[in-house]
Design a protein around this ligand. Structure first.
Ligand code: CP
Length: 290
């Protein structure tokens, strides 16, 4: 299948090529795919990913086609496969899909147009990983030897799973920290306080209330004190270290309100880089380079 479904199938050289192309777009490179159209098929909520893909399309001259899952024929029982085949028949040149099912794209093998994975279940979010990597690369100029700790709800996080795999392949030392019930075997475990003293990158995760059946019992203040990026912890971070977070952020839970936009935070820069990474991915697929 054409497009970008997961980074696991790409070499580290190819991942670096995407980041380099994104930096070129950020520095003013222009190309035009006037006449092309692509549809954003989001079956889960999204602000950053959906609209930065649309911004990327507009900057590339591609016309975005919106899809409202709630007002679509999904309610009549239409499947993901039939929805995608419909957009293919309508003549769009690619589809960007977010879906709650892990590996949903394996049901779409016969689709001929490019498919771009905008997040599948708790498995992967490849363009989020790329924009995180771009932000880290802009900061440090390398990946090899950097230490990163992913903090929070690892088990339910496609960002944690996607990022850890690729960061390790790029030579970064990856650890995880958070409540025991939310940790899995993604990477060796550490504590938040040890991580902030040692790591170059603290990769916070959102507490995903919508994925937790027991969210009513969740103690926000306790989580913030035990695992959150408080002002005190931000002060104790290693010199030159940065905070990243895929967002949306829960202010006062995984990150203190006053830390969210502090000089160590790269959260808004990540969002900005998301547009350029998505321009690079769309362009490289249209050019047959991915
Ligand atoms: N980071 C991210 O995927 O944000 P959205 O859910 O708003 O797209």
């Amino acid at each position: 299948m054409k497009g970008l479904l997961t980074l696991n199938r790409l070499s580290t050289d190819k991942i670096q090529d995407i980041i380099d192309e994104a930096v070129r777009f950020k520095n003013g490179k222009t190309v035009s795919y006037s006449g092309k159209t692509m549809a954003t098929l989001f079956f889960e909520n999204s602000t950053r990913t959906q609209y930065s893909f649309q911004m990327a399309m507009i900057k590339l001259g591609i016309t975005p086609v919106s899809f409202n899952a709630n007002a679509s024929s999904l309610a009549k029982g239409e499947s993901l496969y039939d929805t995608v085949k419909t957009f293919e028949a309508l003549g769009v040149d690619g589809v960007i899909i977010r879906h709650s099912k892990d590996g949903y794209y394996r049901d779409l093998e016969s689709v001929q147009i490019p498919v771009f994975n905008a997040g599948d279940g708790a498995s992967d979010h490849p363009t989020q990983t790329l924009l995180d990597l771009m932000t880290i690369y802009e900061e440090f100029g390398r990946f090899d030897g950097l230490k990163v700790c992913i903090v929070g709800d690892i088990k339910h996080s496609r960002v944690a799973h996607g990022n850890a795999e690729i960061m390790k392949r790029l030579g970064m030392s990856v650890s995880v920290a958070g409540p025991d019930i939310w940790l899995d075997d993604t990477a060796p475990q550490t504590t938040v306080d040890k991580a902030i003293a040692e790591c170059d990158v603290i990769n916070l995760l959102r507490v995903q209330f919508e994925r937790h059946k027991d969210s009513l019992a969740f103690d926000e203040a306790k989580y913030h004190a035990l695992y959150g990026m408080t002002s005190d912890r931000a002060e104790r971070m290693k010199e030159g270290a940065i905070i990243i977070h895929p967002a949306p952020i829960n202010r006062g839970i995984e990150i203190a309100d006053e830390v969210a936009e502090c000089p160590k935070s790269r959260i808004l820069k990540q969002m900005q880089n998301g547009v350029f990474v998505r321009m690079a991915v769309l362009s490289m697929v249209l050019e047959g380079q991915l």
